[in-house]
Design a protein around this ligand. Structure first.
Ligand SMILES: Cc1cc2nc3c(=O)[nH]c(=O)nc-3n(C[C@H](O)[C@H](O)[C@H](O)COP(=O)(O)O)c2cc1C
Length: 441
């Protein structure tokens, strides 16, 4: 399929710091500790940079889940969500291994304080030459807060209201130094011009801060902000602040509705919708033949159909609700009336938007949060191009739960060259800094 008139799209990689990757696969036999393997993270970051991905998104949650049968067992047994590293430490490590790619770390507005986020992200931005970013999440788990001395997270929309003020204050800290505050004037013997560093004196409903920050204005001014809330409150927050909005993939009609909606929200709030890239979660299995790719997909589906406990446990964590209390062969339609959750609304809606007759076991085996890209480099390039044309989207956040070096190479050295040959992805970075590069056209 062709390409001259094709619209270029953007790519990010979702580093799902979330599973012990495919530690049981034949290709991980000598690498069962990828979650903490420095050489693997260097390989990963440099491979993605060589493939000219715009950024790496580092996932984070900070608790050992027990959402499944009120027990840690499923998570620890299968290496789900633990063991994992601290996201900021990992960001720093990935940035140090690279020179061009952006690294966007998840920092939760219910776990951090605004000054802390402002300082961490600004520091990484300086150290990396302007490549740091922040994935704004509100968190969905009481367990996370219990590691910080509190009992329960607040109600869903209240969390987003707090997040709104949180982001505003973070930006105030970043702006508390003028871009030219560090004058380094030897003749006058002035390193920082005091007139260019300002108190904030912020007094909101939830936070107050005097400022200024100790870290000068980030090199990017505003580091790259991403946000993934699918609920109305989440979409509004994303539309107000994000440079990159992350949507769940799947049905192109829903993807289009989502993109149109967040772009309308941006326009209603006075932002130019083209100032933000709406990117969809895509799962990739790249192989030399369609049959091989399909075989790998089927291997994964069969694994879950045979023992759905780990995939159900993952769903319980993602939506903060215990589906472990149901039989895997119960119909979702029968489960729906019994569900209450203060967690991820958009994902919960997806669970119950399935056709009648789908069981819990079948649902977790399909995992409909993703746009599935399964095939050869050529077929996936066709497919991606088609989805972008139908959705009008700006790109994809690709991921693979079953990550290993082989899968990564199939993407960076199989799929990407084909996308590049068609002019669908960037052949090189246009800017040194992450945000201008993402928003280049
Ligand atoms: C691509 C993507 C990445 C996400 N990464 C994280 C994460 O690292 N940590 C987290 O707590 N939530 C993460 N989320 C969840 C979102 O922040 C949000 O809670 C979820 O999309 C539900 O939002 P809603 O309640 O507005 O529907 C992610 C979501 C998506 C789609």
């Amino acid at each position: 399929m062709t390409t001259d008139s094709a619209k270029r799209f953007r790519l990010a990689w979702f580093l799902d710091n979330h599973v012990a990757y495919d530690w049981g696969s034949p290709f991980s036999r000598e690498h069962t500790d990828l979650w903490a393997d420095p050489a693997f993270f260097v390989d990963l970051a440099r491979s993605l940079e060589r493939a000219r991905f715009d950024y790496i998104l580092v996932e984070d949650t900070s608790y050992v889940p027990d959402n499944h049968n009120e027990s840690y067992d499923a998570y620890l047994t299968h290496g789900l969500a633990v063991p994992k590293l601290d996201a900021v430490s990992l960001m720093s490590f990935l940035l140090n291994a690279t020179t061009k790619i952006g690294v966007v770390g998840t920092l939760s507005t219910t776990e951090y304080l605004p000054y802390h986020v402002a300082r961490v992200v600004a520091s990484l931005d300086h150290l990396s030459g302007g490549r740091a970013g922040w994935n704004i999440v509100t968190g969905i788990s009481d367990r996370a807060l219990q590691n910080y001395g509190q009992d329960r997270i607040l109600e869903h929309d209240a969390r987003y209201a707090i997040a709104d003020e949180f982001v505003e204050l973070v930006q105030n800290f970043w702006n508390s130094w003028d871009a030219d505050a560090v004058v380094k004037d030897r003749e006058r013997n002035v390193y920082v011009d005091p007139a260019k560093v300002h108190e904030i004196n912020f007094k909101g409903e939830h936070f107050a801060a005097r400022g200024p920050s100790v870290v000068p204005r980030p090199l990017q001014g505003k580091p790259l902000l991403s946000q993934a809330g699918g609920s109305p409150a989440g979409r509004s927050l994303a539309a107000k602040y994000a440079d990159s909005i992350l949507g769940i993939g799947g049905d192109p009609a829903l993807m289009k509705e989502y993109r149109d909606d967040v772009r309308n929200r941006m326009a209603a709030g006075g932002r130019n919708p083209d100032e933000c890239k709406v990117m969809f979660l895509g799962r990739v299995i790249v192989a030399s033949t369609m049959a091989q790719a399909e075989e790998e997909r089927q291997r994964r589906v069969d694994m879950i159909l045979e023992d759905p406990s780990w995939a159900i446990a993952l769903l319980c964590k993602d939506v903060s609700f215990d589906f472990g209390q149901f039989d895997p062969d119960d119909l979702l339609a029968d489960i729906a009336p019994k569900v209450t959750s203060n967690g991820a609304q958009s994902l919960m809606r997806d669970v119950f938007a399935q056709p009648p007759g789908v069981t819990l076991r079948q649902y977790v085996a399909q995992d409909t949060q993703y746009a599935d890209f399964i095939g050869t480099p050529e077929s996936i390039a066709d497919n991606m191009q088609d989805v972008m044309e139908r959705v009008g989207g700006d790109g994809f956040v690709l991921t693979d739960y079953f990550l290993d070096r082989r899968g990564l190479a199939a993407v960076t050295d199989g799929l990407i060259p084909e996308l590049r040959r068609r002019g669908l992805v960037q052949a090189d970075y246009a800017h040194d800094m992450a945000r201008p590069n993402l928003l280049a056209d």
